[in-house]
Design a protein around this ligand. Structure first.
Ligand code: FES
Ligand code: FES
Length: 163
């Protein structure tokens, strides 16, 4: 079946089997391997991407269901700068606060955290823990992940204030 969507503002037109999941389409058809596949059952959150503004477990969504949507993945977080890529404040915060160890859960963590920061007006540590409870880190780095998200939220809010 023909399916068309944008990923990080680039247009993709794919001929796919109806059973192909979105995460497999992203990784195998689009070549965007930043989104990880863990449980394939909607449990671990490693495959989280943003589809039309909402966080989605891309292992539970079919590529054909994404037809006509706008998808954001971890590859779209860093921006082009004069001296190469500039990491997103969330990525910077994960590095600074040691929010990643093996990095397997990190793409899903980043996309869930991005949606949380962009939609939550009163972001407390409890709220971060509650929202991120759907993302599993097998390295169990939860404390530092919460630290990183809290720090990135402060950075992003101060950047928004000076604009
Ligand atoms: S791979 Fe999708 S939730 Fe685990
Ligand atoms: S950093 Fe290894 S699974 Fe989270």
């Amino acid at each position: 079946m023909r399916t068309q969507f944008t990923v990080n503002d680039a247009a993709y037109g794919l001929d796919v089997e109806p059973r192909l999941t979105l995460v497999d389409a992203l990784r195998e058809e689009c070549g965007l391997t930043g989104t990880h596949v863990g449980c394939e059952h909607g449990v671990c959150g490693a495959c989280t991407v943003i589809v039309d503004g909402q966080p989605v477990r891309s292992c539970l969504m079919l590529a054909v269901q994404a037809d006509g949507t706008s998808v954001s993945t971890v590859e779209g977080l860093a921006a082009a700068g004069p001296d190469g890529e500039v990491l997103h404040p969330l990525q910077e915060a994960f590095v600074t606060h040691h929010g990643l160890q093996c990095g397997f859960c990190t793409p899903g963590m980043l996309m869930s955290a991005l949606h949380l920061i962009e939609t939550e007006t009163d972001l407390t540590r409890d709220r971060i823990r509650e929202e991120m409870s759907g993302n599993i880190c097998r390295c169990t780095g939860y404390q530092t992940i919460v630290d990183a998200i809290e720090s990135a939220a402060a950075t992003m809010s101060s950047q928004a204030a000076v604009r």
